[in-house]
Design a protein around this ligand. Structure first.
Ligand code: FAD
Length: 511
């Protein structure tokens, strides 16, 4: 039976994900007189950001708070954070997302532990274009061990990309063996909390970092700080390029002295043998082996131990495409992120085949040409798909491009909400500085004695530009012009200067 327009109008606009983009979308929908329902897969709002809570953001508070969200927060007595300060991920959640989710307007409109599995429309699959036109969206949602079915008049998918990191294999496929459980247990993810919660686990172990973006750089520098505490800690670093020069940056000639200093520090650590660098290293296969087992060429899956719960007695063996092998206890894969598209299979979406963003957005965000600060404001028209009423927003809308900024996402959802309400949805100017907004990486100063648990001791995300590290979202050649550092924000005794970086690397590559 076809739903009537009146009954469809009573349905909520479902927002997928209670991250900053999803909560901002809900705030804008309310301002437009529309009913939002936010479905969050995890048990708390800001779930992705909590996982990198130890990282300091590179953009200051003034760009991280959505205007409609602030209008909900202001009457609650919320204390607006200092506009120029750089929050950690944990502070972004605690000082902004949690109070926002607890406002009387939003509190009853967010359902946690509701994971969207799939979306369709009406009672026909997507080949029946006419029969679906004007029909409500249908969402399959996992909750408390059950699968529920919900309906929506429109859907904004703001579910981010954090949950789907790029695999280690150079061709964009998992390296052979990468998905085996005993291997997966030795993979640390993109941004381990090296000097915080992960310190005990990593201290005295051999850690291999894969990637050449800022996640990799900062993990390496943090590991070096850990090694100063425990000299048994061993650090290796694998990059696809033949040289790490681009990662080291311009040194004294760098227009950002602090950034140049970080690169030089990394160079020094490599030259002094504190970090073993493998260049031209494309990860081909991973296997867990007994440390005593001799490594035989072509033998990457042999010797898998029966019990694999102890990384000391069983090592992770990494085979590179050229036949070289190395072993470590843990591997930090700083290889970028990609969107989860499976749940959108029954929607008529139009994505750029490479970037996996809405097709019209791809040219605006291509990290080969844009810094995060130069992406122009864009809204509902650019983000539209053939499936009317469905939008990708926030980090997920950028697909594999790493140049996303919250400020851009907030303008996206403002425009989408206006469009859904039939109001003027034209994208407004973002007023982002081309420089500065993409900046602010921290890493421990070797001489500063950063201690475990000292708060925001690590930072950084993979930087765009070929192999990233010296770029702030612009092509490497332009990097110095497109980035500038904010005033360093002290994060406690021993805090290091913060320098430029942005999210991800070229098309999600990180090494
Ligand atoms: C380390 C790091 C530092 C960054 N620093 C900055 C910065 O300084 N400035 C800046 O502007 N940007 C920064 N970014 C980029 C970006 O702003 C963040 O990634 C931000 O979290 C994106 O917000 P989002 O709401 O789009 O996605 P997310 O924060 O990832 O939120 C998505 C939410 O959707 C939920 N979800 C996922 N799948 C489902 C599902 N199927 N059903 C229901 N819910 C689901 C998740 O649990 C999560 O809560 C940074 C990113 C990283 C990784």
């Amino acid at each position: 039976m076809k739903a009537s327009p009146a009954s469809i109008a009573e349905l909520p606009v479902v927002v997928i994900g209670a991250g900053p983009s999803g909560l901002a979308a809900a705030a804008h929908l309310l301002e437009q007189g529309l009913e939002p329902l936010v479905l969050e897969a995890e048990s708390q709002v800001g779930a992705s950001i909590r996982e990198w809570g130890h990282i300091k953001l590179f953009s200051p508070w003034r760009y991280n708070v959505d205007a409609a969200a602030a209008r909900l927060l202001d009457p609650t007595g919320w204390e607006s954070p200092r506009a120029t300060a750089l929050p950690t991920g944990a502070e972004l959640v605690h000082d902004y997302l949690e109070p926002l989710a607890n406002t009387p307007e939003l509190a009853g409109r967010i359902r946690t532990d509701h994971r969207v599995l799939a979306i369709s429309r009406g009672e026909r699959d997507k080949t029946h274009v006419q029969a679906r036109t004007g029909e409500p969206f249908v969402l399959r949602v996992a909750h408390a061990g059950e699968v529920l079915q919900l309906h929506a008049r429109a859907v904004i998918d703001a579910s981010g990309t954090w949950g789907t990191p790029n695999p280690l294999g150079a061709a964009g496929l998992p390296a052979l063996g990468e998905e085996r459980p005993e291997v997966a247990r030795r993979l640390l993810g993109s941004l381990p909390d090296v000097l915080g919660v992960d310190a005990d686990r990593l201290s005295g172990r051999h850690i291999l970092v894969v990637g050449a973006g800022h996640s990799a750089v900062n993990t390496l520098l943090n590991l070096a700080a850990l090694r100063r505490r425990d000299h048994a800690t061993t650090i290796s670093w694998a990059i696809r390029g033949e040289s790490a020069e681009r990662v080291y940056g311009g040194g004294d000639a760098d227009q950002l002295p602090a950034r140049g200093a970080l690169g030089q520090r990394l160079r020094r650590l490599v030259e002094e043998g504190e970090i073993t660098l493998h260049t031209g290293a494309e990860v081909h296969a991973l296997a867990v082996v007994e440390p005593s087992a001799a490594s035989q060429p072509g033998d990457s899956h042999s010797h898998a131990p029966q019990s694999d719960d102890d990384a000391v007695t069983a090592a992770l063996e990494v085979s590179f495409a050229d036949g070289r092998r190395t072993r470590a206890d843990y591997l930090a894969a700083a290889t970028g992120f990609r969107p989860q598209l499976q749940m959108l299979r029954e929607l008529r979406i139009e994505l750029d085949p490479a970037v996996e963003s809405p097709r019209r957005l791809a040219t605006l965000i291509d990290p080969e040409f844009h810094s995060c600060g130069t992406v122009q404001a864009h809204g509902a028209d650019v983000l539209a798909h053939p499936e009317e009423g469905f939008f990708l927003a926030g980090m997920k809308s950028y697909g594999r491009a790493p140049t996303f900024l919250l400020a851009t996402g907030y303008e996206q959802v403002r425009s989408i909400a206006a469009h859904l309400a039939g109001a003027d949805a034209a994208a407004r100017s973002l007023n982002l500085p081309e420089t500065g907004v993409c900046s602010g990486v921290s890493a421990p100063d070797p001489d500063a004695g950063v201690e475990a648990g000292s708060g925001a001791h690590a930072a950084g995300v993979d930087a765009p530009g070929a192999d990233g590290a010296q770029s702030c979202g612009a092509p490497a050649s332009d990097a110095a012009q497109s980035c500038s550092s904010f005033s360093p924000e002290p994060v406690g005794a021993g805090a290091a200067a913060r320098i430029g970086a942005s999210t991800g690397v070229l098309h999600g590559r990180a090494g």
